[in-house]
Design a protein around this ligand. Structure first.
Ligand code: SAH
Ligand code: SF4
Length: 358
């Protein structure tokens, strides 16, 4: 079991690590060597750090935990392209991470919280409530796990989406620290533009994100183009209704000139109507936007049904005719509950898909 007493090494910034090295009367380049070991060579135990003196390796082992999470089970979708791993964190809390293979992309869908406080009606994570925030190191460790796994097949992580469990803007600082760690040129050096944060629409954090001029892509979970419907599906819409949300997003696009993706889970007879599509066009008119449609994925606590392919195409067509780029996304990993909104920290229900119990 991982130690719960020692601080997690992945929670440190390079500056923290430098201060630690200094406190052990070592020069700053030792910290850089450790950083490179962690994030470039993907070493996961103090013994691996052979370039640093044995004394310092022992100090590393005595000071830090290197085991933030333990894989419990991995499920593989029938087409083999989507993997979902259930991890146990040091305190026993569980989160899920998804890896998707699509053409040359190796995309990870990372969790930022165990559960979620936002309570969106159609989302399995929302249905379980918030257990706790993940630390920056616990977020990074999900990436490291799959980065090591991919490396064994001669592959690399190409993209990261913060669309797993939780609302990343409700755990802003840890999520941003994790992004900085993953982005760091001396480490994984994963380009900010290869990462996407998806938010349910927390306006103060969208403004902060705009001010910070981050290069990470932004996606907004919209799902409805009027307040009555959106509030019924997404409770935080009552706090930041559409007009306020859209103003914040317009400020973002004006300041950054970056295109924003709007996510829309199509629920039969609720938000998949031509009238909703037309309202959406009016809402996004003149904006640097892209609409991502996805037929609703089933979750235990929501009775809504997925839209049909035909209606999804018709919706998309209206949005496109309104001058807004629109795509209907593939439903990936639905058979192993690895699709959008299906992550929850319960044991796997489809045991027939268990490939390995790492
Ligand atoms: N909390 C963030 C990111 C995690 S959810 C957010 O809400 O944006 C990732 C995406 O899955 C969001 O766009 C969310 O709206 C969508 N989603 C949630 N439940 C879904 C479901 N049952 N079917 C399809 N998409 C869903
Ligand atoms: Fe939380 Fe996003 Fe699910 Fe809403 S859709 S409950 S914000 S994880």
């Amino acid at each position: 079991m991982p130690s719960t007493e020692l601080p997690l090494i992945y929670d440190l910034t390079l500056e923290d690590l430098t201060a630690w090295a200094r406190a052990h009367e070592e020069p700053a380049y030792r910290a850089r060597q450790i950083w490179e070991g962690l994030y470039r060579h993907l070493w996961d135990k103090p013994e691996d750090f052979s370039p640093i003196p044995a004394r310092l390796r022992q100090a590393l082992a005595a000071s830090f935990s290197f085991r933030p999470l333990e894989p419990v089970t991995t499920l593989v979708s029938t087409d083999g392209e989507t993997h979902k791993t259930l991890f146990r964190l040091a305190d026993g809390v569980q989160v899920e991470t998804v890896r998707m293979r699509y053409m040359r992309r190796r995309t990870l869908c990372i969790s930022t919280q165990a559960g979620c406080a936002m309570g969106c009606a159609f989302c399995a994570t929302g249905q379980m409530g918030l257990q706790r925030n993940l630390s920056a190191g616990e977020i990074v460790a999900q990436v490291l796990y799959y980065a090591r796994w991919l490396r064994q097949q001669g592959e690399r992580v190409t993209n990261i989406v913060f669309m797993g469990m939780g609302e990343p803007f409700h755990n802003y600082d840890a999520t941003m620290q994790a992004i900085d760690t993953l982005n760091h040129p001396r480490g994984m050096a994963l380009g900010a533009r290869r990462m996407t944060i998806s938010t349910v629409g927390l306006v103060p954090q969208i403004r902060r994100f705009t001010r910070e001029r981050r290069q990470v892509n932004l996606a907004i979970s919209l799902h409805a183009a009027d307040d009555e419907l959106r509030s019924a599906l997404i409770p935080v819409n009552r706090r930041w209704p559409l007009a306020v949300l859209m103003e914040a997003v317009r400020e973002y696009t004006a300041a950054t000139h970056r295109r924003v993706t709007f996510e829309w889970a199509l629920i039969r007879d609720r938000n998949d109507t031509p009238a909703q599509a037309q309202r959406l066009v009016r809402l996004l008119r003149g904006m640097l936007a892209h609409v991502n449609l996805i037929p609703l994925n089933p979750t235990p606590g929501f009775a809504g049904q997925a839209t049909s392919r035909r209606r999804a195409r018709a919706f998309c067509e209206i949005v496109r005719r309104g001058g807004i780029p629109c795509t209907v996304r593939l439903r990936r990993g639905v058979d192993i509950q690895a699709g959008c909104g299906q992550l929850a920290s319960r044991p796997p229900e489809r045991l027939d898909f268990v490939l390995q119990s790492d």
